[in-house]
Design a protein around this ligand. Structure first.
Ligand code: ADP
Ligand code: MG
Length: 323
């Protein structure tokens, strides 16, 4: 069982940012409206994610660390219609097999909370704890028992940069949730959770850039396109400013990225890329999310058709602004 968890961990947990992603997605699934992330030494020393979500009963908290103990799949049928982020029940047991984990949780309707300590897959302690409703998970000494993994980590500041970039994107994916990120006790990012995508974009890129963006909004039978794209004056030599969500899930799609670039072909020099944030809403039955445990590669039916629609939509928006 420990070995199975460590093998799964190899797939789910590549680096500190993967831990942050899994913990934050759990918080979102728990209906949190505020999420606080505190990392030390780029997350290599510790990562704490605190949420004000549903919390867990003692029974559920203990169960959460068993493999495939997900509370999110009611039936096999659900696999084709997944709206929650997690659904494999792999993240917590995987993380707990390669790190020291402290979980504090209190169900919203409960008078007291519980605290669990797990290290290298072994439960060290279970007890009651005074804590606010919601959940707090601290993951320390990541990869302490898998030194080969640890060797592959970059510097603390590089790992922190990856986490910051991830939290930025999650904040844009969920504008109704407030996010705070601290590194070594210092504030590095705050998104207010106002519900407006543009506010979240402003939190990430600054208010000046946000004000200059061109809104995108279009709907047809296949999908809804919503987001912002930049004037050619805002451009960079890398693709890091392109963010794509499908049904609030952060995804990577080289076909769609290429379509965005294609829309700018005549107005941006080669090697320069726009800032584009796209939130697509597609019928969940058409989105295959069961591709990879890390769930970043979502496969979409009719990807080429969707890419074409996005390209045309961006072109029209640019033309409407005389660009
Ligand atoms: P999954 O998210 O795929 O269900 P995880 O291993 O990430 O699997 O989590 C296991 C279970 O623990 C979840 O299904 C959920 O019931 C519970 N859980 C984990 N994190 C939280 C949280 N922050 N708030 C409430 N419940 C949580
Ligand atoms: Mg999960």
């Amino acid at each position: 069982e420990l070995t199975a968890n460590q093998i799964a961990a190899g797939e789910v947990v590549e680096r500190p940012a993967s831990v942050v992603k899994e913990l934050v997605e759990n918080s979102l699934d728990a209906g949190a409206s505020a999420i606080e992330i505190n990392i030390y030494e780029g997350g290599l020393k510790s990562i704490t994610v605190i949420d004000n979500g549903s919390g867990m009963s003692e029974e559920d908290a203990v169960l959460a660390f068993y493999r495939h103990a997900t509370s999110k799949l009611a039936s096999a049928e659900d696999l084709t219609n997944i709206n929650t982020m997690g659904f494999r029940g792999e993240a917590l047991p995987s993380i707990a097999s390669i790190a020291r984990v402290e979980l504090k949780t209190r169900a919203q309707d409960s008078v007291s909370g519980i605290r669990l300590e797990i290290s290298g897959g072994k439960t060290l302690s279970v007890g009651s704890a005074g804590c606010p409703p919601g959940t707090s998970v601290t993951v320390s000494d990541l990869f302490y028992n898998t030194p080969a993994r640890l060797k592959h980590m970059q510097t603390a500041s590089a790992e922190a940069a990856r986490i910051n970039e991830l939290v930025n994107r999650l904040a844009m994916a969920k504008p109704e949730v407030s996010f705070r990120l601290r590194h070594n006790g210092r504030n590095v990012f705050y998104a207010p959770g106002s519900g407006s995508l543009l506010d979240a974009v402003a939190a990430v890129y600054g208010i000046k850039i946000a004000r200059e963006l061109i809104p995108l909004e279009e709907e047809n039978a296949l999908l809804k396109i919503y987001g912002y794209t930049s004037r050619p004056s805002v451009n960079r030599g890398n693709r890091k400013q392109q963010t794509l969500f499908i049904n609030h899930r952060l995804v990577k799609s080289s076909i769609i990225l290429r379509a965005i670039e294609e829309a700018y072909r005549t107005i941006l020099p080669p090697g320069r890329y726009p800032l584009t944030i796209l939130a697509l809403a597609i019928n969940p039955g058409k989105v295959d999310v069961n591709v990879h445990p890390a769930k970043l590669e979502v496969r979409v039916e009719q990807e080429n058709e969707i890419a074409e629609l996005i390209k045309e939509s961006i072109k029209r928006a640019l033309q409407a602004n005389s660009l």
